[in-house]
Design a protein around this ligand. Sequence first.
Ligand code: ADP
Length: 157
Amino acid sequence: RDEVNIISGALDLKKKTVSEVMTKLDDVFMLSYEAVLDFTTMSEIRRNGYSRIPVYERDRSNIVGVLYVKDLVLMDPDDDTPLKTLCDFYQNTCFFTFHDTTLDVIFRQFKGGDRGHMAFIQQVIDTGEKDPFYEVIGIVTLEDVIEEIIQAEIVDE
Ligand code: ADP
């Protein structure tokens, strides 16, 4: 039965879009580019437990980078290092995709590895008042896609 589920999950990848499986922007744990990596911030990062943390500037939908928590292993909270110093040093690029990208496409891109395993989902916002613009509405990771393939939730460590 597991095999049947996995096969049907894999076949359904073409039918589902990233916006159907994303983690909504409001639920994403992020840090401001202006944050300082002091004891309070580092404790918060540890408590949240994510391995990748989007970095925004001014507005939460304005993503400017990704912090890999592994890059914090050599940091001393007593140094009060600005997050921007780390971001500027590592220059981790963000991978953007559109809300209607299907899961088979994003899965192939995640597998490729060169863009990382987290993508920011953009949607066109057209209010009619000003020119339409793109806004980030959520994130999708390789784990979200794998859960669709196996049709089960992966409980985090
Ligand atoms: P991690 O390696 O941090 O456990 P995964 O890529 O395994 O993250 O994703 C696990 C789940 O957590 C997915 O549903 C993903 O969308 C979500 N997720 C990943 N990073 C964050 C974050 N910074 N804030 C909120 N949710 C996140």
